[in-house]
Design a protein around this ligand. Structure first.
Ligand SMILES: Cc1cc2nc3c(=O)[nH]c(=O)nc-3n(C[C@H](O)[C@H](O)[C@H](O)COP(=O)(O)OP(=O)(O)OC[C@H]3O[C@@H](n4cnc5c(N)ncnc54)[C@H](O)[C@@H]3O)c2cc1C
Length: 568
């Protein structure tokens, strides 16, 4: 079945909803939001700790300081013109949400409250208790209701992006609710499909974060940038991986080893627990490897985060969800006991390559949010910069796509019917497979490989072994047998399609990581422990080829600060 819209927003997280609102402000345009989950179940609702922005320029914060923190946190791999634009736009988005009714937490003088976050040298994270993403999503959702030019395709899995002569023409999708295969034509596409952390077993991310958008973009010929930089969040709850927000340390929580020492004293004496995430994660793994951790289940050895000294009142006011999670999942009440944590896969600094406006090299396609790599975070993202990035580039891409779509007289003609048939066959081909492989078992193998060989510390031989394993799993993909043969809500088939996407992305990560013979931000090679600005101050681009990714490199934009040693 064929559908037509002017603008297709792929994904309904913070980036997608913000982009849709901006596009919908053009009443002449017909906007569609397509999401593989119910609109409000996107991972963004899980964001906890806060959104960074300069709100108090008169009390000591400044755009320059926020920019410097971001550039230093990124280990100098971010584009500094992008950082400048980000810090200047960020407060506008926070105030806009305020006007749209968000319940930001407040200071006693009733101004918007802000809390400390890792790597920021000012208390800069605006928040709504420890449910910031939920409040932001709710506010965007409410605001969206006033536009009647927006259609929704909830629970609709997009399988590919189609182009003709390097111009976007539509997406193919499988409507999970009806089982129908759709071709949704459009003038412009905004990819806002989030990250891919579910290729790791121990992760803070929702089950749905499988990087479909990145994999589709890659197959459509778009370059994927800097994917070797994966962020590990220092405080994933053991053993579930559920996030214990960085706000727990921002509010004053201590990280302790098995000798009850605040070990961050050794690694980042000036920032302690609120050093950037790459540094805290490496410190935790070092403590554990040197025997100062606690033994955990399935090799998940851990350290403690201790909130007891904060007192019940503060924990209940500022970190109510953390308390609830610790009590429900670990039967631990953080008012009385420390919480077991270790680094968990948390964020992809890389994504689809875009320019400063979120535009990709294919005409008519923009990308925003975690799926994009506009090059704001470089080699390591600072906590609380991501939700704000979603808002800032959601707005920018929504506006850019709307201006473009308004100028196009007609929706581009569809590709050949055979192309659509081929894609339908690719999606449903597993119904005819009598193979012996299970999508769930292959995903587990992938996750074990990534957890054990592509983690906080990496080495050449381990990365090579991981790449060999990924190639082996890829070869077994055609033999996946899907037991459920129905077209409606077939989560068995969905799982098979997702694992396919995750494997392509794992291959890009490992190839980029193997090539990058240096340590920078979230990419830490034991065999190349130093940063190498002479050879590696550059972005990686990965292009699809049938034989695996082809790597290329482009320069980093440096406008304000030359790289210096990164010390905290
Ligand atoms: C537990 C947790 C806490 C966090 N806390 C913070 C925080 O406090 N501050 C901060 O700045 N950042 C935080 N982050 C990071 C931040 O929340 C995310 O980077 C951000 O919300 C991503 O938003 P997004 O709009 O890019 O994508 P998402 O919210 O992940 O949404 C992706 C969307 O794409 C859709 N989609 C994907 N594939 C398909 C497909 N094939 N077909 C159709 N639709 C598809 C999904 O249905 C979904 O709607 C946190 C992350 C986690 C996991």
């Amino acid at each position: 079945m064929s559908k037509k819209h002017d603008i297709i927003v792929l994904g309904s997280g913070l980036a997608g909803l913000r982009a849709a609102i901006e596009a919908a402000r053009h009443p002449e345009l017909d906007v569609a939001i397509v999401s593989k989950v119910q609109l409000m179940r996107s991972h963004s609702v899980c964001a906890e700790g806060g959104s960074a922005a300069v709100m108090q320029p008169n009390e000591g914060d400044s755009f320059e300081l926020h920019a410097w923190d971001t550039v230093r946190g990124a280990d100098f791999l971010c584009d500094q013109d992008v950082v400048k634009r980000f810090v200047e736009e960020a407060p506008k988005e926070i105030l806009l949400l305020e006007h749209w009714g968000i319940p930001w937490s407040r200071r006693p003088d009733s101004r918007i409250a802000q809390r400390p976050f890792g790597g920021h040298s000012y208390d800069r994270a605006v928040f709504a208790a420890d449910k910031t993403g939920f409040a932001e999503m709710q506010t965007l959702y409410d605001t969206l209701q006033k536009y009647n030019n927006v259609s929704r395709y909830d629970e609709c899995y997009v399988s590919s992006i189609l182009t003709k002569d390097n111009v976007f023409c539509g997406v193919t999708a499988w409507d999970l609710t009806s089982g129908e295969f759709l071709f949704i034509q459009g003038k412009a596409l905004i990819i806002a499909t989030g990250g891919a952390c579910r290729m790791f077993g121990f992760t803070t991310y929702s089950l749905t974060a499988t990087g479909d958008g990145l994999a589709m973009a890659y197959r459509a010929g778009l370059p994927i940038k800097d994917l070797e930089f994966v962020q590990f969040h220092p405080t994933g709850l053991v053993p579930s991986g559920i996030l214990i927000t960085e706000a727990a340390r921002g509010e004053g929580g201590y990280l302790l080893n098995n000798k009850s020492e605040r070990f961050m004293e050794k690694y980042a004496p000036s920032k302690m627990e609120v050093a950037p995430r790459d540094i805290v994660s490496r410190s935790e793994i070092t403590e554990i490897e040197e025997g100062r951790g606690f033994p955990g289940p399935e090799g998940l050895d851990y350290v403690h985060i201790d909130l007891r000294h904060l007192g019940a009142a503060k924990i209940n006011e500022r970190l109510p969800m953390i308390r609830e999670v610790a009590m429900k999942f670990n039967f631990i009440d953080p008012i009385y006991e420390p919480i077991p944590v270790r680094p968990a896969a948390h964020y992809f600094m890389g994504g689809v390559h875009t320019d400063i406006n979120g535009a990709t090299p294919i005409e008519g396609i923009w990308t925003a949010g975690e799926a994009a790599c506009v090059s704001l975070h470089g080699a390591n993202r600072l906590g609380s910069n991501s939700t704000t990035e979603c808002l800032v580039w959601g707005k920018i891409t929504g506006d850019e796509a709307a201006k473009y779509a308004s100028k196009q007289k007609a929706i581009p003609s569809p590709p050949k019917a055979a192309t659509l048939k081929d894609e339908e066959a690719r999606v449903f081909r597993r119904f005819s497979s009598e193979g012996k492989e299970s999508a769930y078992a292959l995903r587990r193998e992938l996750q074990k490989t990534m957890d054990s060989k592509v983690g906080v510390f990496r080495t050449g031989p381990e990365l090579q072994a991981a790449l060999d394993k990924i190639c082996d799993i890829k070869q077994r993909l055609p033999d996946i047998k899907v037991k459920d043969r129905g077209h409606i809500y077939n989560t068995d088939l969905l799982s098979a399609l997702e694992v396919d996407n995750l494997l392509d992305l794992a291959e890009i990560i490992i190839s980029g990581a193997l090539a990058r013979s240096e340590s920078r931000g979230g990419h830490s090679r034991r065999d190349f422990p130093a940063r190498d600005d002479v050879n590696w101050l550059k972005h990686t681009l990965a292009y699809y080829t049938p034989k695996g990714p082809r790597l290329d490199y482009i320069p980093v934009t440096i406008t304000m600060w030359q790289p210096v040693e990164r010390k905290y």
